[in-house]
Ligand binder design. Structure first.
Ligand code: FAD
Length: 477
């Protein structure tokens, strides 16, 4: 009786505990991916589906090279998996765990259904360094503060070797029918908004190449270079990690091995590993707070008087707020499915504090447009920026988008790249073009309000308005 390997956010062969268990069982292996439709998990955004399309093709190719076929099914996984298991007479179904509560609930129900049908079901950790329920405070509860969490979690990361995947894998004699990926139409056609996504290489090989390149060329100096957006000093592993094309334990092991063989990397390594720590922290938050993407962690924010302002929201989404750093970030996001981390913080703060628009509206836009859209990381970071989250930045700390631009993009290279209308502006004015004398604007061939918008809100006024709204929240007005 064959073993089904249910792929989800673990689209890789290496370091894949579920696949290793299926191989060790000695049963013929049938890999399956179910595009979840009609279950309780959150539907994927468009940029995520773009990524998934490419990643599934790569996974199918790697499986093919080992003599296996990836069976594709569409629908509610609870229905699809049971019917496939019965169709092929499976004796075992394995998968790597997900941690968002809707998926946990669904997967628990699937396990029960399979076991009731006489099929063994086993799940594994392929997505995290530590299982969320293993890192606890002295009092036995989950951590709410990152530094304390990481102090406890970091030493717990197991140094065990990666699970072994044999070179040869055996499939069944007869393969069950599956969908054709093309029929799922995950790739946009008219209009094709994904032309700027071509730098990405979804799939396991792309993920490994990205990590190796980062370790060779990016780890040294990472702590300083991660902040300026013009020369992005990050690893850009986030979509690969989200889809599990590489596991965090692989990243951990390879980063440690790399740093061990070269002097002077300790601080950069520590910083990089702590970013993986934030990913872990956010996943355990989501595991413990099922409504992290919907409900304020700090309940007083339920009384916040958010504004509905469709025109301002549209300007933010399109990168036409009149604040160059904000606009550059929003356009980078639309064009490439990615945005630099610091700029994410600035645009999120701008939406929530300058425009007083509910963080959930911004979270939903990111969910649709980011290739690394991740329930835990997206919701936790939005709540962090809004001030409503666990261990959050205080609401009254309001980023000044001009000062952030001057500090992190002093030459304006990032703005020039994404907001070409400002390309001719001298560095001294590029983050606040409305302060430029008429002669400077004329020389840059710019007319404000025609070529580039006036700021949709004035910073000092918006700041005062946000602080007043926050004060009302605190005094309960
Ligand atoms: P690196 O600096 O190379 O970091 C290595 C890895 O650590 C990343 O790939 C990522 O997996 C993890 N990491 C880094 N920073 C964070 C962080 N702040 N929180 C959690 N994990 C982190 N990240 C997502 O993966 N998905 C999201 O949907 C997402 N939404 C965000 C929304 C907002 C408003 C903000 C401020 C941040 C968000 N982030 C999200 C976190 C962060 O911006 C990205 O993980 C990071 O920019 C990815 O770039 P990198 O891979 O080069 O990161």
């Amino acid at each position: 009786r064959p073993a089904l390997v249910w792929f989800r956010q673990d689209l890789r062969l290496a370091d894949n505990p579920a696949l290793a268990a299926a191989a060790a069982s000695g049963r013929p292996i049938i890999p399956v991916f179910v595009l979840a439709v009609g279950d309780t998990t959150r539907p994927r955004g468009a940029a995520s589906l773009w990524w998934l399309d490419k990643s599934l093709r790569k996974l199918a190719e790697s499986l093919e090279a080992k003599g296996l076929r990836l069976v594709l099914r569409l629908g509610d996984p609870q229905v699809q998996l049971l019917s496939l298991a019965q169709e092929v007479g499976a004796g075992l179904v394995v998968w790597n765990r997900l941690y968002d509560p809707a998926a946990v609930e669904r997967d628990t129900a699937i396990k029960r259904d399979l076991e009731e049908a006489g099929v063994e079901a086993r799940s594994f950790n392929g997505a995290l360094l530590n299982e969320p329920w293993t890192v606890r405070t002295g009092a036995g509860g989950p951590f709410k503060v990152f530094t304390a969490y990481w102090r406890a979690a970091k030493p717990m990361v197991a140094a065990e070797p990666a699970p072994v995947i044999p070179d040869e894998l055996t499939g069944p004699r007869d393969w069950p029918a599956g969908d054709h990926l093309d029929d799922w139409r995950l790739h946009p056609t008219a209009p094709d908004w994904s032309t700027g996504f071509s730098d990405w290489a979804p799939g396991e090989a792309g993920a490994l190449a990205r990590l190796e390149d980062f370790l060779q060329h990016g780890l040294k100096g990472y702590s300083e270079r991660r902040d300026p957006p013009a020369r992005d000093g990050g690893s850009r592993l986030s979509p690969h990690l989200h889809w599990g094309e590489i596991g965090p334990r692989q990243v951990w092991r390879m980063a440690l091995a790399h740093a061990a063989s070269r002097p002077g990397l300790a601080d950069d390594l520590d910083k990089f590993l702590s970013e993986l720590g934030w990913r872990e922290f956010n996943h355990q938050l989501l595991f413990n707070l099922p409504d992290l993407a919907k409900v304020n962690v700090r309940p007083e924010f339920d009384r916040f008087a958010w504004r509905g302002d469709p025109a301002a929201l549209a300007a933010w989404r399109r990168g036409r707020t009149g604040y160059p750093l904000v606009d550059a970030g929003m356009r980078e996001l639309w064009a490439t499915g990615f945005m630099h981390n610091r700029v994410r913080m600035v645009v999120a703060s701008f939406l929530v504090k300058h425009l007083l628009i509910d963080w959930r509206v911004g979270e939903a836009w990111f969910w649709d447009t980011l290739v690394d859209a991740d329930l835990a990381n997206n919701a936790a970071n939005w709540q962090w920026t809004a001030g409503s989250g666990a261990d959050a930045a205080p609401f009254f700390r309001i980023f000044n988008p001009v000062a952030q631009g001057e500090r992190f993009d002093p030459e304006g290279a990032y703005v020039r790249r994404w907001v070409p209308e400002l390309a001719g502006m001298p560095a001294g004015y590029i983050h606040a073009p409305w302060t430029a004398p008429a002669a400077v604007l004329a020389q840059a061939g710019m007319r404000l309000g025609r070529d580039y918008p006036h700021p949709i809100v004035e910073h000092a006024e918006a700041r005062a308005r946000a602080l007043a709204a926050f004060q009302d929240l605190r005094t309960g007005d």
